[in-house]
Design a protein around this ligand. Structure first.
Ligand code: 9UX
Length: 68
């Protein structure tokens, strides 16, 4: 298991938090996604043999947020 934290821009309410969590937890290999509205971050626990940083990043962007 690997844990990675991404800075997310545009996550401004609990609806955003829920959709980011749902999008990331829909990826095979993602065990848990924990967005923080206060910090503007999302921390993801995932199995690096099933997914990776690029796929996670693209999923956050596809959900409508900027990530760095
Ligand atoms: Mo809240 Mo986020 O109404 O795109 S869901 S701002």
């Amino acid at each position: 298991m690997k844990t990675e934290t991404f800075l997310v821009q545009g996550m401004t309410c609990d609806g955003c938090v829920a959709s980011i969590r749902r999008a990331l937890e829909g990826i095979a290999g993602v065990k848990e996604a924990r967005p923080s509205l206060e910090k503007g971050e999302v921390t993801v626990d995932y199995d690096p043999s099933l997914t990776g940083e690029t796929a996670l990043r693209r999923t956050i962007e596809a959900a409508g947020f900027d990530v760095n």
